[in-house]
Design a protein around this ligand. Structure first.
Ligand code: NA7
Length: 536
C-alpha cells in the first residue's frame, strides 16, 4: 500500500507487536476492512527493534504467545525464556500461518493524524508520503516504542560505536574482543551486560541504581517438554485472565508478616528455585504494600545475591545492605549469570552515585574518577515508556491539540483505551491500562478482545463515533491514583511513573489494580452501553 492513498478502511491498526497483530487478525476475521502500518521491516514490535546481544523475554514461553490452537499446535519453543531471534522466528511463523503480511505496510511510520468531524474519519499521514482515511484508528505502539537517550555532554564526540539497545543495528554488532561500556542496569542493561561478559575484552557497567534482579532459571526445551506444556494450555491459558499480571501464577492469599519465619523462608526458597517472576508476583500478598513484608523479601534477595559475589565492596554496590527502594516496585529483571560475572577479571562496575559521568569523550566515558576507554558504548537507558508511542505521533484532537499537550499535566483516559477529544481512536497496551503491569501477549488478547468487541458493538448498532467523556477520565484517574498511594510503588524512581524522563508528569502510567479488575471495569462499561463514552 506504500505511497498510495487509501480511502475506505474501517480500521487502521498501528504497530505489529502482539497487540497490533491480534487486532489485525481478529478484526479481519470479523469482516472489518482493516490494514496495519508498521515502522519496522518485520513483525514483532519490541522483538523487532530490541535485537541487542542477549535480548530475551522475561516471561516463560508457555504464556508468551498467542493462544490459538492452530498456532500452538505447530510451534515448539527451544528455550523457556526465548531469545529475540526466536521471538522473531515465532512472529514469522504466525505471519505465514495467518497470512498477515498481505495486510501490512512495513517500513512505514505514521507521522500525523487529523479527525474530520463531518465524515467521522481520520486522515493518517505516513512517512512514505501515503495518506490513509479510516473510520477508526487503533494504535498499538506498546510501552517501549520511544527509546530514551539521556542528554549526556559530549555524546556526539564519541569515536567508537554507540547504540541504544532498542535501536541496535539490524545487521548485528558483535561485542567479542571489544571494550564495551553499558550505561543502565534495567532489564536491557542486565541482558546485554551478561552477554558482553562472555567474550568482550572488557565490560564496564555504569550503574546508577542496582537492579534487584531475580534468577531466570532458564531451561532448554525438548519436543517432549513442549508436548507437556501443550497438554497444560487448556488450564493455563484461561488462568492468565484471572491473575494480577496475566501470568499463570499469582500472589498468595497470605501475608509475609503473619506467617512464621520458617514458612516465610521456605516459601521464598521455593519461589526462588522455581524462577522467573515468581519471587515477585507469586509471593505474599502484602509484599508490595507493607514495609515490613517488603523488607523480608529484600533481605532474602540481598543475602542470596551477595553469596555469589566474591568482593564484599562490590557486593555492597550490587546488593546493598539497605534497599535502594522497596523490593519489586521498580521492575526487577531476570538474570542468569549477572552477579557472578562481576567476579571475572574482564568485568568492572562503576557506581555512578560515587563517581558520576562528567562527559562522554572521543575515547569513552569520563567520570569524576577518570576516563574509561571504550570501543562500544551501549545506551541501555530505557524508554519514554507507555505514553511515548502516542505522544511522538502528531495526532490532533478535535481542538487541534496533540496527546503531549492534552496530557502535559497528567494522562487522562477512559479505561486506558481512549481520550476525550480524540474520537474513534482506541489504543491497546497503552497508558492507564494494565500495560507495563501485564504480560504483553495476555493483554494483547484480553484487552485486545475488549477493544475488538467495542468496535463490533459500534458496527452492529450503526454507530459512527465513540469518544471518551472527561468525567469518566477523571474517575479512572482517581481510581488509579488512590490505589497507587496505598502501595509502595511511589517510592521508586522508575519508568512506571515517568520520572525517568526529564519534565514528564510523574504518576502511575499503568493501571495498577490488576488485570481481573480491569476486565471487570471494562465489561461493566460495555454492559451499560459503554458508559463513560459518548456513542453517536
Ligand atoms: P529501564 O528499566 O528504564 O532502565 C534504564 C536504565 O538506564 C536504568 O538503570 C537507569 O538508571 C539508567 N539510566 C537512564 N538514564 C541514565 C543516565 N543519564 N545516567 C546513568 N544511567 C541512566 O529500561 P530497560 O530498557 O532496561 O527496560 C525497560 C523495560 O523493557 C523493562 O522494564 C522490561 O519491561 C522491558 P536508574 O535506574 O534510573 O537509576
Amino acid at each position: 500500500m506504500a505511497n498510495e492513498s487509501v480511502d475506505d478502511l474501517d480500521v487502521l491498526v498501528v504497530g505489529a507487536g502482539f497487540s497490533g497483530v491480534y487486532q489485525l487478525y481478529r478484526l479481519r476475521d470479523l469482516g472489518f476492512t482493516v490494514h496495519l502500518v508498521e515502522a519496522g521491516s518485520g513483525l514483532g514490535g519490541i522483538w523487532h527493534w530490541n535485537c541487542y546481544p542477549g535480548a530475551r523475554t522475561d516471561t516463560h514461553a508457555n504464556i508468551y504467545q498467542f493462544t490459538r490452537e492452530d498456532l500452538t499446535n505447530g510451534w515448539n519453543w527451544s528455550e523457556l525464556f526465548p531469545s529475540w531471534s526466536e521471538m522473531r522466528a515465532y512472529f514469522d511463523y504466525v505471519d505465514e500461518k495467518l497470512e498477515l503480511s498481505k495486510d501490512i505496510s512495513f517500513n512505514t511510520r505514521v507521522l500525523a493524524a487529523e479527525f474530520d468531524e463531518s465524515a467521522n474519519k481520520w486522515t493518517v499521514s505516513c512517512d512514505d508520503g501515503s495518506t490513509i482515511r479510516t473510520s477508526f484508528l487503533d494504535i498499538n505502539t506498546g510501552f517501549g516504542s520511544k527509546p530514551y537517550i539521556p542528554d549526556l555532554e559530549g555524546l556526539d564526540s564519541f569515536e567508537g560505536r554507540c547504540h541504544h539497545t532498542a535501536l541496535w543495528p539490524q545487521e548485528g554488532l558483535s561485542l567479542a574482543g571489544q571494550r564495551v561500556g553499558v550505561i543502565g542496569t534495567g532489564a536491557s542493561g542486565v541482558q546485554v551486560s551478561q552477554e558482553a561478559s562472555l567474550d568482550a575484552a572488557h565490560l564496564t557497567v555504569f550503574q546508577r541504581t542496582p537492579n534487584l534482579a531475580l534468577p531466570m532459571q532458564q531451561k532448554r526445551l525438548t519436543v517432549e517438554d513442549n508436548d507437556a506444556m501443550r497438554a497444560e494450555y487448556p488450564e493455563v491459558f484461561p488462568a492468565r485472565g484471572e491473575t494480577f499480571a496475566g501470568f499463570d501464577f499469582d500472589f498468595v492469599d497470605k501475608n509475609a508478616t503473619e506467617v512464621s519465619a520458617e514458612e516465610r523462608n521456605a516459601t521464598y526458597e521455593r519461589l526462588w528455585q522455581a524462577g522467573g517472576f515468581r519471587f515477585w508476583l507469586a509471593t505474599f500478598q502484602d509484599t508490595l504494600f507493607e514495609d515490613e513484608a517488603n523488607r523480608y523479601a529484600y533481605d532474602f534477595w540481598r543475602d542470596k545475591v551477595r553469596a555469589r559475589i566474591n568482593d564484599p565492596a562490590l557486593a555492597e554496590k550490587l546488593a546493598p545492605t539497605e534497599p535502594p527502594h522497596p523490593f519489586g516496585v521498580k521492575r526487577p529483571s531476570l538474570e542468569q549469570w549477572y552477579y557472578d560475572m562481576f567476579n571475572n577479571d574482564n568485568v568492572s562496575l562503576v557506581d555512578l552515585n560515587g563517581t558520576p559521568i562528567e562527559r562522554i569523550t572521543a575515547k569513552g566515558v569520563q567520570t569524576s574518577a577518570g576516563e574509561h576507554e571504550l570501543d562500544i558504548l551501549v545506551l541501555a537507558t530505557g524508554f519514554d515508556a507507555v505514553t511515548g508511542g502516542l505522544t511522538s505521533i502528531d495526532i490532533r484532537s478535535t481542538d487541534g491539540k496533540t496527546f503531549g499537550e492534552v496530557w502535559a499535566d497528567g494522562v487522562r483516559t477512559q479505561l486506558g483505551v481512549a481520550t476525550a477529544g480524540f474520537p474513534n481512536l482506541l489504543f491497546g497496551y497503552g497508558p492507564q491500562s494494565p500495560c507495563g503491569f501485564c504480560n504483553g501477549p495476555t493483554s494483547a488478547e484480553y484487552q485486545g478482545e475488549l477493544v475488538v468487541q467495542t468496535l463490533v458493538h459500534l458496527r452492529d448498532n450503526g454507530l459512527a463515533r465513540i469518544e471518551a467523556t472527561t468525567e469518566a477520565e477523571e474517575e479512572w484517574r482517581t481510581l488509579i491514583a488512590d490505589f497507587w498511594d496505598t502501595t509502595l510503588f511511589p517510592r521508586a524512581q522508575s519508568w512506571y511513573t515517568g520520572v525517568n524522563i526529564p519534565g514528564k508528569h510523574v504518576e502511575s502510567l499503568n493501571f495498577p489494580l490488576g488485570l481481573p479488575t480491569y476486565r471487570e471495569k471494562y465489561q461493566e462499561s460495555a454492559d451499560n452501553g459503554y458508559a463513560g463514552f459518548v456513542l453517536t
